[in-house]
Design a protein around this ligand. Sequence first.
Ligand SMILES: Nc1ncnc2c1ncn2[C@@H]1O[C@H](COP(=O)(O)OP(=O)(O)O)[C@@H](O)[C@H]1O
Ligand SMILES: O=P(O)(O)OC[C@H]1O[C@](O)(COP(=O)(O)O)[C@@H](O)[C@@H]1O
Length: 595
Amino acid sequence: MSAGKARSFAFSDEGDDPFALEHISEHHDCPPIESTYRNSGGNASCTSNKSGDQNDMRRIYVHDDDRVLIKVVHFGHPTSVGIEIDDKGETYVGCRARRAGPRAWIYFQPETVRAAIVTCGGLCPGLNDVIRQTVFSLEVYGVKEILGLQYGFRGFADKKYPPIMLSRKIVQRINMVGGSFLGVSRGCPPLDDIVDKLEWKISMFFVIGGNGSHAGASAIYEKCQARKLKMVVVGIPKTIDNDIQILDKTFGFDTAVEEAQRAINAAYIEASSAYNGVGIVKLMGRQSGYITMYATIASGQVDIVLIPEVPFLLDTQYGVLEYMKKRLEQFGICVVVIAEGAGQDLLEGVGGTDASGNPILGDVGKWFYGKVKAYFASIKFAVDVKYIDPTYMIRARACNSSDHIFCSILGQNAVHGAFAGYTNVTVGVVNTHYCFLPIPEVIRKPRMVDPNSNMYHRCVTSTGQPEFQIPTCTTEAAGGKSSSGGWSAAGGSKAVVAPHGPPERKKSLSLKLDMVASSKLDMVASSGDVKSCESSSSVNNSCKSSENNKSSDRSITSCQSDGQQMHDANCPMAQHNIAARSKCHDPMCPVTHKY
Ligand SMILES: Nc1ncnc2c1ncn2[C@@H]1O[C@H](COP(=O)(O)OP(=O)(O)O)[C@@H](O)[C@H]1O
Ligand SMILES: O=P(O)(O)OC[C@H]1O[C@](O)(COP(=O)(O)O)[C@@H](O)[C@@H]1O
């Protein structure tokens, strides 16, 4: 394997820095002028000189040399969770992005600017907040002409829906409701038609959308370059699926998780009150399971989570259905959350693509509901199944307070980026700091849940579910059912065993970045997995030691057959089943106390 490249660029935009930004002054004659951005009471024109230094105590500008580290963790080993080494063996360790915010020098005379804003793709909580703050900020700089394109990129071509003029007065209250004040759509007129319209002296173009919209924005930028149009294109990433890489998160995601969690809790209430109650909730997530994963953890009442990134078996002894039966036998309840893109390999897809080119998926929620009903009917096991699909309720709502704030900052920063002259860029939050990032790098691939990530491990630790796969090694040691009888341990196949050795305290643990990919080789070597798997066979002998694996057969069996009493609040018996609870006679048991 070739040595991996860790891309390190200390305060330099030279070479192949993946976070170097396009700047309008590289293509057009536009000398910088002093910023017209003033916040309340700011006396900016007196406080800066051309190098961007500020002379008094009031500081309102970001220096153009400010950078945000893309990775802030010092990874001690290339197999460490979260290091993210891509197909080419590259990482973002050492890479820096430009800090977002207002600059002391700008590249547009505000009174000559005509700005345009568009919202594309599906809805997402917070769209109106972003539109509103973009308009506010443009006005603060002194822009007089702000156009709102209606219904996404279609607004460039549809005569029935001409652009509308926006102002603070018009958008003042739009953040009180969900949806998009401008309307959204999928599909697109030919890009050349869009660029023809942009030739109407539009100098700043703000695209609020997801991966597809950003691909469109970047393509429009290229065409504008070819026509030598003096225009900047700035994106604001919108996707309820949170599937844009590098960013901490996208706006509306928090709100969506909150709303999704409410749906899960409703399913739990229904199921817990029914005889052998099964609650099934389908959540959005065409190719990435972020909402499903986060809402599962937030709710804490989910027994099984199924996401597109993790394949599962349905019918076999290792499959979801048999595990559901086991849960019902033991606890009388089973809550399943399934992402829209999960299990597509098992059901017949509708086929084809939507107007934007996204694949049209089969309805996994209804399919799964049907399978559950049929399975329990076939084994004559009485169940009461409730199915909830809150899909559009989740994304149609107005956003929560943290997203209101997030959207406001994104809208403002998009305008700062445009005035600073950056183009083909998007704005996002990385390690809690706001950055300008090149669109092509950000949309290089969609972000998906890594089944070997910390977060996914946390999620399945929370549900306690096994892998719904034929085990790849003897799982006795890891706490799952033995290979002769059923499920393997949860949490992502072989990653449950530590691939790196015990810490060597005397030596420096620091990792030279150029070691990264060569040591990746070690990670791939599987002998270590097997050895650790065998050698850890002493774990999990009692209920107490099974904290991380609370639903496994082994932990329950040990708890009962060893004659031990339950001291552990995490013991699966504590969860739902009254019969099981009554087996605990220990006065110190938190479960006994609780009930
Ligand atoms: N690769 C692409 N190049 C140009 N435009 C695109 C591309 N992908 C999508 N678009 C356009 O971007 C808009 C939004 O795309 P879509 O995939 O529906 O949503 P999202 O932006 O949320 O991913 C649509 O108008 C679509 O036609
Ligand atoms: O029914 P629609 O409008 O096509 O939207 C459904 C899709 O929208 C999504 O929420 C993502 O849409 P965006 O990428 O446009 O935000 C998917 O999870 C879902 O498949």
